[in-house]
Every structure is written in C-alpha cells, then in structure tokens.
Design a protein around this ligand. Structure first.
Ligand code: HEM
Ligand code: NAG
Ligand code: NAG
Length: 316
C-alpha cells in the first residue's frame, strides 16, 4: 500500500473511532455530567420511587424506535406530530425528571450533553437506585431530528411472544437477551387496561387467586387512563431489581400476557427457569443487556443535534 493510502486509511479509522460512543466523552467539555445526572436522579428517587421504573421503560421505548436518539421525548406541536401521540407512549412517565436533569446539565455546560446520553445515564442510575448492578455507559449519542407516531411499532402487552421475539431480534437481541430485558418487569406498575381482558376472559393460565384479587383492584369495566389503577408488576418487591419476576412467571402469577407466554415458549422457557434459579446471573446479565439496549441505533459524530430542551428540536 502506498503511503498516501495508508494516511487516508488512518484518517478514516480516526474518524470512525471519533464517532463511536466512548467512556469519558464529556471529560473535557462537561466533566461533571455523570455526577449531575446521578445526584438529580438520587434526589428525585427519594421523593418518588416510581420514577426509576418509568425511566427504565422510557429508555426501552426510546431505543426501540429509531434508536436511542431521544425521539421519544419530543412533544407534538400544532404542525408536527411525534412518537408521544402513539398508544404505547400514553403511559410513559418521567418526562419532567428528564427536563429537570437537562436543565441542570444546561446550566453547567450549555449545548453539550445530548438528551439521548442524559436518558442512557438516567436509566443506568435508575437500575442502580433499584438495587441493580452498576454498568458503564459510553457516551456521545446525538439527538434525532425525527419523531413519528407511525414508526412506534412496540409490541403490545397482548402480543404473541413470537411477534415480540421478532421485534427484539430485529434490534439485535437474542431470545435469551429478550428474556433478560423482560426482567425489567420486576419493577414498577401496569395500568389495568394492559391486562384487564385476562381478568374478564380467564385464559386458564393466570393463577385464580391473582385473577380474583386483580378483578377487585381493577374492576371489570374499562376506565380512562387517569382513573385506571396501576398495580405493581412484582407486588412483593416493586422497587427492587431482582429475579422474582421469573418465579412469578413460573407460578402463573404475572399480569402481562406476553410475559406469561415466556414461561412456556420453546425459545424462552429454559431461560426463564434458569434466571428464576440464578439470582446472581440475572443481576449481571440484566446490567449487561441494559447497556446493550442503551446503544441500539445511536446517532454519532455530526448526525442529529444536541437539543437544548429535550422536548423540542432546536429549530422547528
Ligand atoms: C414485549 C415487550 C414489552 C411489552 C409488551 C411491555 C409492556 C409493558 C406494559 C403494558 C407496561 C405497563 C405500562 C402502564 O400501564 O403504565 C409496562 C411497564 C414497564 N415496562 Fe414493559 N414491556 C415490554 C418490554 C419491556 C422492556 C424491554 C423493558 C426495559 C428493559 C420494560 C420496562 C418496563 C418497566 C420498568 C415498566 C414499569 C413502568 C412504570 O412503572 O411506569 N418493558 N411494560
Ligand atoms: C400454569 O398454567 C398451566 C396452564 O394452565 C398449567 O399447566 C400449569 O400447571 C400451571 N402452573 C402452576 C404452577 O400453576
Ligand atoms: C406522556 C405523553 O406525552 N402522552 C401523550 C400521548 O399521546 C396522547 C395523544 O396524543 C397525548 O394526549 C399524551 O399527552
């Protein structure tokens, strides 16, 4: 190879490297970024323990649609719709916490830390605040310039597991990794609307005692979202990342239909049984797969922008 070609190759490699997510990405431009996120998350967590689960879910909804680019945060305007108009968004929470953290980041280092990086860090801190294992989050994500309701193709709670597994495979997740991510349902709650049909039309699987309890809590009739009760997904330890979820699946005591199917499906049953029996393995894999989730389809380098306010593009 001729010298100029080698030089060109080296330049290309350097460009590629500079565009990959990296640890310490803000070391020079915003050295306190991670500490600011962590401290704000801690403060908010002590006021409202339901925030951390909501942030973990927000990361999932962001990363599965157009990649982890903060597209989930855009508020629709009169002239432009956004992902937040789509059905699954309607139970997302935690946007105020994102705004508060972004304000703190902006006052320390204006126009530097992307909303996508802020959410990835918030989710990591949420996992730790709920007792999960810490994990590294390489940074350098950019915020997207698109957010379209018609692109929100998240599986619904009554999806067939095969369809859900396909949706996860399309983003690079194996069946095992999908089972591990489902373990996030060891924290937080679900509106009755996401499982009421299992109460009123018994599927013969849901534990009868749980079904009767939930029928008491939820009622048989549909309610508007703001009136609909939100039982915990894991009522024993709703704010602890642990492997309880898998034992609940195996004893038919889980709320969401798609989760329940994982206990018996040929591609997932063995993983469910393994994680039900192996708490340490679950804790470790959960953090690893959350880290992987945080990197799905990220924008890097000069792509997109660094939003000033997470709910709006910098220019309309
Ligand atoms: C097939 C895949 C999935 C389906 C169908 C699904 C569905 C749901 C539904 C219906 C709820 C209740 C929302 C509400 O009514 O407020 C929920 C809650 C939740 N989901 Fe999932 N989910 C899936 C995968 C995931 C993944 C991969 C994660 C994260 C890694 C996740 C994290 C959460 C968390 C933490 C909550 C509790 C949220 C809160 O307390 O506000 N879910 N999910
Ligand atoms: C769960 O439900 C299935 C299907 O009805 C049944 O075969 C199984 O025995 C149940 N398991 C437990 C632990 O109740
Ligand atoms: C949390 C959130 O932004 N929810 C929105 C989801 O979409 C509906 C319908 O457009 C809005 O009314 C909600 O505000």
């Amino acid at each position: 190879m001729q010298v100029p070609q080698i030089a060109l190759l080296l330049v290309q490699l350097a460009v590629m490297a500079s565009q990959a997510l990296e640890m310490g990405y803000y070391a020079a431009t915003c050295p306190d970024a991670e500490a600011i996120v962590r401290q704000t998350m801690e403060r908010q967590h002590y006021n409202d323990p339901t925030l951390a689960p909501a942030i973990i879910r927000m990361l999932f909804h962001d990363c599965f649609v157009r990649g982890c680019d903060a597209s989930v945060m855009i508020v629709p305007t009169r002239t432009r719709s956004s992902e937040r108009v789509a059905i699954p968004n309607q139970t997302l929470r935690g946007f105020n916490a994102v705004d508060a953290i972004k304000r703190a980041l902006e006052s320390a280092c204006p126009r530097t830390v992307s909303c996508a990086d802020a959410l990835a860090l918030m989710a990591r801190d949420a996992v730790a605040l709920l007792g999960g294992n810490p994990y590294d989050v390489p940074l350098g994500r950019r915020d997207g310039l698109q957010s379209n309701p018609w692109e929100v193709d998240l599986p619904p709670p009554f999806a067939r597991l095969d369809d859900a597994l396909r949706a996860f495979a399309a983003r690079g997740f194996s069946s095992e990794e999908t089972v591990v991510l489902f373990g996030a349902h060891t924290v937080g709650g679900a509106h009755c609307s996401s499982f009421r049909s299992r109460l009123t039309n018994p599927d013969g699987i849901m534990d009868e005692r749980l079904r009767c309890d939930m029928l008491d809590t939820c009622g048989a009739a549909d309610l508007p979202l703001d009136k609909d009760p939100v039982p915990f997904l894991d009522p024993d330890t709703p704010f602890v990342v642990d492997n309880n979820y898998y034992a609940q699946l195996m004893s038919n005591k889980t709320l969401l239909q798609v989760d329940q199917e994982a206990a018996t499906h040929h591609a997932t049953a063995a993983h469910v049984a393994y994680y039900a029996a192996s708490p340490d393995a679950f804790m470790q894999r959960f953090s690893e797969v959350m880290a992987k989730l945080s990197n799905v389809g990220v924008l890097e380098g000069d792509a997109g922008e660094v939003r000033k306010v997470c709910s709006k593009y910098n220019t309309d």
